[in-house]
Design a protein around this ligand. Structure first.
Ligand code: NAD
Length: 410
């Protein structure tokens, strides 16, 4: 199922629970603005290279639009729109003063030189500079874009607007980025687990965790879960998986991954097929790689009773229903992976204040935001008698609806 269809299914289910009429649904679902820009560059070979860039600005009722920029050959308007809608609900769920947006350029960064990537980035900003800005739409890293790309965005925007670090987050710390940003999404995932286990009256200590994906999110989630006393029993990446029924040594695994670019070959565990990670014996499963990781094909074999969606849309709606019917507890992406956007908000606030925060201040702020959002989801869940996903959607959507109506639609 395509990400936009998945996003629409959950949106409609929550809208039904909230008894929204068709006009309200149309208002909440329709993007405020969709932009497509042509990016033409001279390639290193001296030829003309043409790429298409997108930005979907979904909603700004609660504040400037906020969302990442993705460089990938499969980027298309549907994918960008689905991710933009998710950002609107995410920023509302954690109650930060932003709306939702997302961008992308259809290109293959593996086939581009640094100079070509820099030129594409700068031309993308030129195509958008009238409709982005600290109080309009704030960009951030996503798949295949990093702190360097964010620095180019800041520089290009600042050429016409004056020095404006708050137009983009995820910048290098030396260029007004925030301490704690790199670990933020993984940290948020672990805070989400702690909040849930606390609510269930279960200890973090000794909890067996399996993590699909060992990139930025998965590796920090593993490290911080271990620091909280959990046992990380399995980890996978695109090449394979490793398992240790007692616990993997996460620090050693991170060192191995850094040198080999894979968890495969790690001697502190047993090698397994990549896909078996999802169905291994564990208490908490954290998909933190791709969308559609758990579908009708493997939903019957999932053994964890708690699933934390660190990736965006890792569970298909069919599998989601099946797992809920079996009594599994799923913390949805629009809550579980909001650590990154929350610390992006802190970065934006530091830039606006021109006052850097300590790492401790950032981490404490994140902890407070994740705890309050969890409590708000619980309240909504009890009121609507539903699961965590639809409670989170309903909470976010109602905050956006209410802000829109209070501002007025004349
Ligand atoms: P990343 O590129 O750093 O890491 C991705 C990892 O997934 C890699 O280890 C890769 O080998 C692995 N992987 C790829 N295909 C796989 C497969 N079929 N099976 C198992 N592992 C596989 O990406 P990331 O930044 O860690 O993001 C991971 C997910 O979290 C993505 O869905 C992303 O959209 C989402 N997310 C990331 C952030 C963030 O701040 N980085 C924020 C919110 C959501």
């Amino acid at each position: 199922m395509k990400p936009l269809d998945i996003a629409k299914v959950y949106f409609e289910q929550a809208a039904h629970l909230m008894k929204y009429d068709l006009r309200t649904r149309t208002m909440l679902w329709t993007p405020a603005r969709e932009i497509k820009v042509e990016i033409t560059i001279e390639t290193d070979a001296g030829e003309i290279g043409t790429y298409i860039g997108y930005r979907v600005q979904h909603d700004n009722a609660r504040g400037p639009m906020k969302g990442g920029l993705r460089y990938h050959p499969t980027v298309d308007p549907d994918e960008v729109q689905s991710l933009a809608t998710l950002m609107t609900w995410k920023t509302a769920v954690v109650n930060i003063p932003f709306g939702g947006g997302k961008g992308g350029v259809a290109c293959d960064p593996d086939k581009l030189s640094q100079r070509e990537l820099e030129t594409i980035t700068r031309k993308y900003v030129d195509g958008l500079h009238d409709v982005i800005g600290p109080y309009i739409d704030v960009l951030a890293p996503d798949v295949n874009t990093n702190a360097q790309v964010m620095a180019w965005i800041m520089d290009q925007y600042s050429k016409t607007r004056g020095f404006t670090p708050a137009v983009v987050t995820g910048k290098p710390v030396e260029l007004h980025g925030s301490l704690g940003r790199e670990a933020a999404t993984g940290r948020g995932v672990v805070l989400a687990i702690k909040n849930l286990l606390g609510h269930l009256g279960r200890p973090m200590e000794g909890t067996r965790v399996a993590i699909q994906g060992f990139g930025n999110v998965g590796s920090y989630a593993a490290l911080l879960a271990e620091q909280c006393g959990a046992r990380v029993v399995g980890v996978s990446d695109q090449f394979g998986a490793v398992y240790n029924k007692d616990a993997l040594d996460v620090k050693a695994l991170i060192e191995h991954y850094a040198s080999k670019k894979s968890v495969v070959g790690f001697c502190g565990g047993i090698a397994l097929e990549r896909e078996s990670l999802l169905t291994m014996d564990c208490d908490v499963l954290i998909p933190s790689a791709l969308s559609n990781a758990i579908t009708a094909d493997n939903m019957d074999d999932i053994r964890a009773d708690v699933i934390i969606e660190a990736a965006n849309s890792p569970i298909s709606p069919e599998a989601d229903k099946h797992l809920n019917d079996k009594g599994k507890i799923i913390l949805p992406d629009i809550y579980a992976n909001t650590g990154g956007v929350t610390v992006s908000y802190f970065e934006w606030a530091q830039n606006i204040q021109q006052m850097p925060w300590s790492e401790e201040q950032v981490n404490e702020g994140l902890k407070a935001k994740m705890s309050t959002a969890f409590a708000d989801i619980l309240t909504t869940r009890e009121k609507l008698n539903t699961d965590f996903r639809l409670a989170a959607y309903a909470l976010g959507m109602e905050r956006v609806r209410s802000a829109t109506m209070q501002r007025g639609v004349l």
